[in-house]
Write a protein that binds this ligand. Structure first.
Ligand SMILES: C[S@@+](CC[C@H](N)C(=O)[O-])C[C@H]1O[C@@H](n2cnc3c(N)ncnc32)[C@H](O)[C@@H]1O
Length: 269
């Protein structure tokens, strides 16, 4: 049973006006990482355009009469193209619907939320952004790897490993020179090549590396490796997407944790 304060919190907050679009982050997978505002959005929406990999337990928080439209990728291919998706969102809003665009993680990092926001603004559609817990931060947390640690790093880089036709290839040599941890999204398929380029750019092959797959989901999996051995380690320990790759000394914090508190071993994958 939920208490009166929690109930009033869930019932309060911003009102989802008819004719508007909310771009909402659903977090990394487990419904426990939803924000209160995301739950409020699900309670009020008329139509939900959702990505792949959104847990049914999250979608089931929507009103039963809400219309759900799958708008994600299947087998790496967008089910509908981005322009068509934006046109559909705009059309639904113009017809007076409360349109919820539900995305994995946070909508504004590697999720096309920025593009969708600009299209909505150009079309004069009122919108709101509801941030979510991004996979990079959630993956590090489940692996007991902090994003920053005072004696280790003063910055952290979030980058995509996906080479897009429109944005080109990341300058891996420049990232290698920063000496700060790299948190890579969509990097698993090209990881061996990326590791090779980082080493060629001056990053030591001994640099610790973690691959965290399906963070917060029941099939969560973690591989601890190094830049120089990751290709071989992946042959021994197959690890599947979706995954986050963390590269840098910060990964060693997991080992430090085990040294100071071996009892945590059971809590680590
Ligand atoms: C298109 S990006 C979307 C990122 C999303 N906007 C976010 O903030 O997490 C998809 C990538 O996010 C990462 N990802 C998403 N969910 C994940 C999870 N539960 N565990 C590990 N990586 C995940 C993977 O790198 C995947 O290829």
């Amino acid at each position: 049973m939920i208490g009166a304060r929690l109930e009033s919190m869930l019932n309060g907050g911003p009102v989802f006006e008819p004719g508007s679009v909310w771009l909402v982050g659903a977090g990394p997978g487990d419904p426990g990482y939803l924000t209160v505002n995301a739950i409020r959005a699900l309670h009020q929406a008329d139509t939900i355009l959702h990505d792949a990999l959104i847990d049914d337990r999250i979608l089931d928080l929507a009103r039963p009469e809400a219309h759900r439209i799958f708008s994600g990728k299947r087998a790496g291919v967008h089910s509908i193209d981005q322009a068509a998706l934006c046109a559909r969102m705009i059309g639904l809003a113009r017809s007076g619907q409360r349109v919820l665009r539900l995305k994995g993680g946070d909508p504004m990092i590697f999720g096309r939320g920025g593009e969708e926001m600009l299209r909505l603004a150009e079309a004069g559609i009122p919108f709101r952004i509801i941030p979510g817990v991004t996979a990079g931060l959630a993956a590090m947390a489940v692996a007991s790897i902090p994003a920053t640690l005072r004696d280790v790093n003063r910055a952290v880089v979030f980058a995509t490993g996906h080479e897009a036709a429109d944005t080109g290839e990341t300058d891996w040599a420049a990232l290698a020179m920063l000496g700060q941890p790299l948190v890579l999204y969509m990097a698993l398929r090209r990881l061996n090549g990326i590791a090779h380029r980082l080493i060629a750019g001056g990053m030591p092959p001994e640099t610790p590396l973690a691959v965290i797959s399906s963070a917060t989901r029941s099939d969560e999996d973690i591989l601890i490796s190094s830049l120089g051995t990751v290709a071989e380690d992946r042959r021994r320990h197959a690890i599947e997407p979706p995954a986050i790759v963390v590269i840098g000394e910060i990964v060693k914090t997991r080992e430090r944790l085990l040294q100071v508190a071996p009892a945590f071993a059971g809590a680590l994958v």
